[in-house]
Design a protein. Structure first.
Length: 759
């Protein structure tokens, strides 16, 4: 004998113990027959224990047997007991989940206790505590997934679910008992619940505070944002908030004979076209019968969209729509909302690109007027596919560059010295060319001698000139890289005193005097008359060969050297300060703040800046030290040259910023998670993901008081995963405004030390 319960969470099929408990089963079946249980609520749910129903008042004190119900509905005044004696059998126990038992009411106010209409279903196994106290009369045979749902609902402190679970309908599959006298079956099932519940209705969505259309729109936006974030994490999108350009049209159903020029001519009446491309097969070159047209303005694209829809082009009705493709954004555009396009190097005509203020062109497609040194040939169309002619032109240029490179290598090979001899002219090489140098200087002296009889070098002689006798045409850039400081018309020699070998640098007094007050004062001192001496003055210096070579390349109008290590930069900087080369010092100070040094050694850069009293560089370097653990960082030798006060200021900056940043890490009261804050005990608590994020963020801020790590998607995703809540990731996405405000608040904290004159 079975009964089907259709609940708001699913169906339950109950088999009854008719042979063992006939009285209880008859009472239960006849109550089901008169729709007594319809729209009744499960008013008491205990996790892994039981779910109780059968009380029309949903209070746990109501309910009666079928015989009491019949007596109360009839006109007879004969007294009838509310309950009937329970049929408790020792062999029927609460050993398995889904056991159905009648709740036995205690004797109160002179009434005997017994069973009425209330029953419960066990939600766990081996609940032997109930054996002998309540009458088992059935077992659930189908619908255990429904029991799992009932077991997981949120309840208040009294065990009442916040959202009602109701028995919508009861179907008697088999009834072996005849109806008792006076039983009248109602014509229809009740339409309203018998209790006056103020809980969330079983067919009500607690989150539905907006119209259905608006709620569906928000749900789709959240789903799209989550999908975009996933695609960004796996690398399929360049950035999550990417959007298709608003000034690019997609045109399809084209005739295969339609060309780029045809579409550009037709659509050009609506405005300036930046590019027009019919997509073709890469191998065959045949048209794929669709194209992309990019306008200069979004308004022009909108006008073309409305005017050209279903227009006849080359005997074909074309279809026009706005492009939804973002595949080219990763290669052609960059999106940096924090910096903004107007702060970048490539400034477009309207401060944006593709009708968007937060997009800018990449370097290849930026306006040539904003750079001045880039030509626009071949890059007029953003979406152009390179033609065969352009490829052939590039191949020719490549072959030309290869020939130039081969000639350069051959020229260097001819000029190379034997092993062990420095690349600059040694003393032996100078003696080999002594006669040529004397003849040249003599002729120059005759042309440029002043009225006082002294020799003045010409301005042109102060700058190196390419040697026209080389076997190939050398450009200025190539020559500047090849310059060896061995000019024939040099009038002073700087001689290094390395232990292995010494090297002569043939330089010009006019350049050194203009670049350095030190050399200007030196050369202004009384010297031997050049008419009586043919020897070039030699000035010994203590710097190594490579240091002096790098320093002179900052002074001469040649290409600057590539300094890849901080140790090499310090050697050159020491020499520049020693000889008072102001322009070289300025260039090296800028190089000190390059990303390669600030990212790899910010603490060392700070120490170097304090050592030389570069206070502005020290402040900038102190901001980058926030990204490293200062106390666990390896010691640097530059700390020997700075004061304890300057190092203490750096420690104070880290400590004060860490304390202030940790104090800001507080969750607002309106940030909730529907699963974490679903019960009465946790509704005022913070979501589980926040507890994980707060703990990890404070640990990170204690050693590195910066926002580079804690607001990254990887850090937030780990916090959501560690919470163990399936809906916490959605709560993280809903809290993006708060997280952005928190990041801005931490970034606004003081991030630099006060050193030098500001201290």
């Amino acid at each position: 004998m079975s009964v089907l319960f259709e609940t708001s969470l699913g169906d339950l099929v109950i088999d009854l113990e008719v042979d063992n408990c006939p009285k209880t089963c008859e009472n239960f079946l006849k109550l089901c027959k008169v729709y007594y249980y319809n729209l009744n609520a499960f008013f008491n749910v205990s996790k892994d224990f039981l779910a109780q129903a059968g009380d029309p008042t949903a209070t746990g004190t109501g309910g009666e047997s079928i015989w009491s119900l019949i007596a109360s509905d009839s006109s007879s005044n004969a007294p009838s007991s509310r309950y009937f004696p329970p049929e408790i059998l020792p062999k029927l126990k609460h050993t398995s989940r889904g056991t159905v038992s009648m709740a036995v009411a205690p004797a109160l106010e002179g009434q005997k206790g017994g069973c009425g209409s209330q029953f419960f279903i066990t939600l766990g196994d081996n609940i032997d505590y109930l054996d002998g106290k309540h009458a088992v009369f059935g077992h659930v045979v189908e619908g255990f997934d429904t029991l799992d749902k009932i077991n997981e609902v949120f309840v208040d402190q009294d065990g009442r679910p916040f959202k009602d679970i109701r028995i919508r309908h009861v179907v008697i599959l088999d009834d072996p008992f005849s109806d008792p006298p006076g039983l009248i079956k109602p014509p229809s099932s009740p339409t309203r619940p018998p209790d006056t519940s103020t809980r969330i209705a079983e067919d009500e969505d607690p989150l539905a505070t907006l119209p259905e259309e608006e709620e569906e729109r928000l749900r789709r936006e959240k789903a799209a944002a989550a999908s975009a974030l996933t695609l960004e994490m796996v690398g399929d999108l360049p950035f999550a908030n990417v959007r298709p350009p608003e000034n690019v049209l997609f045109v399809c159903k084209l005739n295969p004979v339609t060309r780029d020029e045809d579409l550009e001519l037709i659509f050009s009446r609506f405005g300036t076209i930046m590019s027009c491309q019919v997509i073709r097969d890469k191998k065959t070159g045949d048209s794929l019968q669709y194209a992309f047209i990019e306008f200069d303005k979004r308004e022009d694209a909108e006008q073309a969209y409305f005017k050209m829809q279903n227009v006849l082009v080359d005997d074909r009705r074309i279809w026009v729509d706005f492009s939804q493709s973002v595949s080219r954004l990763n290669n052609h555009w960059s999106n940096d909302i924090n910096r903004g396009p107007t702060r970048g190097k490539g400034q477009g005509r309207s401060g944006g690109f593709a009708g968007r203020e937060d997009l800018e062109k990449t370097r290849r497609y930026r306006d040539e007027d904003s750079h001045g040194r880039h030509g626009g040939g071949g890059y007029g169309m953003v979406f152009d596919v390179p033609s065969d002619r352009g490829s052939e032109r590039r191949r020719k240029r490549s072959r030309s560059r290869d020939r130039d490179a081969d000639a350069t290598r051959e020229h260097r090979r001819k000029r190379s010295r034997s092993p062990g001899v420095p690349s600059h002219k040694s003393k032996d090489s100078v003696r080999d060319h002594e006669w040529e140098r004397r003849q040249t200087r003599s002729r120059s002296r005759e042309r440029r001698s002043g009225r006082d009889g002294r020799y003045y070098p010409s301005p042109a002689s102060c700058f190196p000139s390419p040697n026209t006798s080389t076997p190939f045409a050398m450009t200025y850039s190539d020559y500047s890289l090849e310059y060896q400081f061995d000019a024939v018309d040099a009038d002073v020699i700087l001689l290094t005193t390395d232990m292995d070998h010494s090297t002569e640098f043939h330089v010009h007094k006019c350049i050194l005097s203009a670049a350095s007050p030190f050399f200007d004062d030196m050369f202004s001192l009384p010297q031997l008359d050049d008419n009586t001496s043919d020897k070039i003055p030699i000035i010994p210096v203590s710097e190594p060969n490579h240091v002096l070579d790098s320093l002179l390349r900052y002074v001469y109008p040649v290409s600057r050297p590539v300094i890849e290590s901080l140790d090499e930069l310090l050697l050159v900087l020491d020499a520049a300060i020693k000889y008072d080369f102001t322009t070289a010092v300025i260039a090296l100070r800028s190089l000190l703040l390059s990303s390669q040094f600030l990212q790899s050694s910010p603490i060392r850069v700070y120490a170097v800046a304090c050592r030389y009293e570069f206070w502005e560089e020290a402040k900038i370097a102190s901001r980058h030290t926030l990204n490293v653990n200062l106390l666990n960082a390896p010691p640097t030798k530059e700390f020997k040259y700075i004061s304890a006060y300057e190092y203490h200021r750096l420690l104070t900056l880290h400590k004060d910023r860490s304390t202030a940043a940790i104090d800001l890490v507080r969750i607002p009261e309106d940030s909730k998670c529907m699963q974490c804050n679903g019960s009465a005990f946790t509704m005022n608590d913070a979501p589980q993901w926040w507890h994980q994020f707060e703990k990890a963020a404070k640990e990170e801020l204690a050693v590195r008081p910066t926002t580079e790590v804690i607001f990254g998607m990887e850090f937030l995703f780990k916090a959501a995963q560690a919470s163990g809540c399936s809906r916490c990731p959605e709560s993280v996405l809903d809290s993006w405004k708060f997280l952005q405000h928190l990041k801005e608040s931490i970034d606004a904290l003081p991030s630099t030390v006060t050193v030098g004159h500001d201290a």
